[in-house]
Design a protein around this ligand. Structure first.
Ligand code: MSP
Length: 658
């Protein structure tokens, strides 16, 4: 079999039950798999990312019946919807397998034939309990108060089954599996899940019931069509069907073993950590490279699940972000993707709340990443003729890029997505400090320091170019939009060097296009988990109607100007006040005192472009000179500032507003 980089990288998601449409939990697994797939492609590997639908469960027959449909018609409709969802999320899957496809039926029947022949599958009598919701057989001793012991299916009622059935002789492979698991600690990831699997197997593996009476839906058992194959036994085989087994052994030899089977912890110990490896052992097929299980997304401490009804719809959430902030839908989906990838270490449970979601997007995307871009691009636009200059790369930033690249490489390889992104955000933090220290807005005022300005602009934008490459597998659309602003093609191809920094694409000489910020801020009303409900902002007290008018001449007296907030600090002894340094394109930044300190952290203001009344009489506020007024929106209910008036594209400081 091919090895190393000749072998295509084969990664799978679970094939999902399609008794409902995907929620954010399914999106999570699929997004993780897509990130790995994009990363491997960027490194030049051929990749096969497979996902699909698991259609032969009894609960599917029931849902179809409730809808007055045949299982086939119902699954055709739902499978199309799932495929469509992954397309809308821009999941770059190469294979979408449905267990109702003929190629899969053929593979399952061939497995059965071979295992019947070897005696690993035999006919017997099943007497026990079955949970239709999670499609699991349980022993009497496993039940919890007479119900399914599985918390994730909400401890559904179980049904007693007494049936002639086929069994898989799992007990024959128990010792071999234990020896394998102990000898291959990297097989189950993350490490700490290895023990869960070990203790499940050490607890004793019984021969497993792998059929049910033929109810007209499922894979008939070859030679005995009174039975169909048990849904889990059928579903796991999808991984080899996709790889071409048994008909296209040339493809199979190239693709197998799968590099990673990805899933959540619910289907690890019993199914992917033990039943599947034992099935492969019985078939004489090598085991996959690794089986990796992440934790659950929860809401209010409960797993997000269609059976429990507490789902978050990824599209409704993205649509709401788009409607309320104006970010493109693709970028809104990326923002959501970023949150999923960054918020929690791989393997741990995570909690979905609108507060954590909003806070992450504002802090990491709008502030850190947005500021870095929006503080350099406008200077190039204004002071360097809109063209990225040649310049010397700052050595500390160059070293930072190398560090970030190795964090992304090592992190993504190890499924430590958060670690990978931490590495990129360390670099972004370093870049923001560099911009603070170099203060290019001051350099731009001094013709004699033009060389230094060129070096700073080049170093800043070259760092951002590398950031777009490193982030391409993580937030592909947003990275693409940033690249367009740097005058680069949106797609990242052939510029990722696994061992060092992203390889050079020339940016000097590119015309920048300083469009609207890629990630606008998300206000408090946005991103409710129950997307679609009336946002809080719309429930606020009606604003008072405007009754008096002023003359045009009076309006013309106001000098409204665009300003860039350079820095700020609290005014001593005043809880509400900040003293801000604001660049209005004048020789010296102005000092402006603003009553924002209780509602906006300073780092949300620094770097932003704001609107200033520039011809107000200067006055002292709490002993600090204020040379103008910043415009903000007042919440009519609380009478406090709730949003800052800003401009939707970078503009030269001092630009007039009419
Ligand atoms: N059909 C089986 C899998 C067969 S694979 C050979 C199945 N399907 S499922 O629709 O129930 O999907 C389970 C998978 O969906 C989990 O393993 C996980 O990948 C994903 N998730 C479902 N809810 C989730 C959360 N709340 N949080 C994280 N992942 C979630 O089991």
């Amino acid at each position: 079999m091919p090895s190393g980089n000749d072998k295509p990288f084969y990664i799978t998601t679970p094939i999902y039950y399609i008794n409902a449409v995907p929620h954010i939990g399914h999106a999570y697994t699929t997004v993780l798999a897509d990130t790995v797939a994009r990363f491997q492609r960027l490194r030049g590997r051929e990749v096969v990312l497979a996902t699909g639908t698991d259609e032969h469960a009894e609960k599917i027959i029931r849902v179809a019946k409730d809808r007055g449909m045949t299982p086939r018609a119902y699954c055709d409709e739902l499978a199309d919807q799932w495929r469509e969802c992954w397309c809308r999320l821009d999941i770059t899957f190469d294979e979408f397998i449905r267990t109702s496809e003929p190629r899969h039926h053929a593979a399952v029947q061939e497995v059965f034939r071979r295992l019947l022949e070897s005696g690993d599958v035999y006919k017997g009598q099943y007497e026990g309990w079955y949970c239709v919701t999670c499609a699991t057989f349980h022993l009497e001793t496993e039940l919890l108060d007479g119900k399914c012991p599985n918390e994730e299916c909400g401890h559904s009622p179980v049904e007693q089954r007494q049936q002639e059935a086929y069994f898989f002789a799992a007990s024959r492979y128990c010792e071999r599996l234990l020896a394998f698991l102990r000898a291959n600690p990297g097989f189950i990831r993350p490490d700490f899940r290895q023990n869960e699997v070990l203790s499940f197997v050490e607890g004793g593996v019984h021969d497993a019931c792998v059929s049910r009476p033929n109810d007209g839906w499922g894979v008939p058992i070859p030679g005995d069509e009174a039975h169909v194959v048990y849904v889990w036994f059928d579903a796991l085989i999808n991984y080899i069907t996709v790889a071409g087994w048994p008909d296209d052994m040339e493809r199979f030899e190239r693709l197998w073993p799968a590099d990673i089977h990805l899933m959540a912890k619910d289907i690890l110990p019993r199914f992917h950590g033990s039943l599947w490896p034992m099935m492969l052992m019985a078939l004489g097929i090598p085991l996959p490279g690794c089986v990796a299980a992440h934790g659950f997304w929860q809401m209010d401490g409960t797993k997000i699940s269609k059976s429990l009804g507490n789902v978050v719809d990824p599209f409704a959430l993205a649509q709401q972000l788009h409607d309320e902030t104006g970010m493109t839908l693709d970028v809104a989906l990326d923002a959501q993707r970023y949150f999923l990838l960054r918020e929690t270490p791989f393997g741990q449970d995570a909690s979905f709340t609108s507060e954590t979601f909003r806070a992450r997007l504002n802090a990491d995307l709008a502030n850190d990443l947005g500021n870095a871009l929006n503080r350099v691009l406008p200077i190039v636009a204004r002071s360097l003729g809109g063209v990225i200059p040649e310049g010397e790369m700052d050595p500390a930033l160059a070293a930072g890029i190398t560090r970030a690249a190795s964090a992304v490489n090592a992190g993504t390889e190890a499924l430590d997505f958060r670690g990978a992104l931490d590495g990129v955000w360390n670099l972004i933090g370093q870049l923001n400090k560099y911009i603070d220290t170099q203060a290019p807005w001051n350099l731009a005022k001094d013709e004699a320091r033009r060389d230094v300005l060129c070096n700073v602009a080049f170093s800043g934008l070259e760092t951002l170019r590398c950031v777009t490459v490193l982030l391409a597998p993580y937030i592909p659309h947003a990275a693409g939009e940033m690249r367009l602003q740097l005058g680069l093609p949106p797609a990242v191809e052939g510029v990722f060097d696994a061992l060092a920094a992203p390889r050079g694409e020339a940016i000097a000489g590119n015309a920048v296009s300083a469009g609207s910020p890629v990630f606008p801020r998300v206000d408090k009303a946005t991103t409710r988990a129950d997307a679609g409900a009336t946002p809080a902002s719309k429930l606020e007290k009606e604003p008072q109607p405007v009754t008096e008018t002023i003359s045009y001449d009076d309006f013309a007296k106001l000098a409204l100007r665009v300003g860039t907030v350079l820095a700020g600090e609290r005014v001593e002894g005043a809880d509400k006040l900040y003293a801000l340094k604001v660049d209005l394109g004048e020789p010296e930044p102005r000092s402006i005192v603003a009553g924002l300190a209780q509602d906006f952290p300073l780092d949300e203001l620094v770097g932003r472009q704001i609107v200033v009344v520039a011809n107000l009489e200067p006055r002292k506020v709490r002993g600090v000179l204020s040379q103008g007024m910043l415009l903000a929106v007042t919440n009519s209910e609380t009478d406090r500032p709730c949003a800052i008036v800003t401009v939707d594209r970078p503009a030269a400081p001092g630009s007039g507003i009419r």
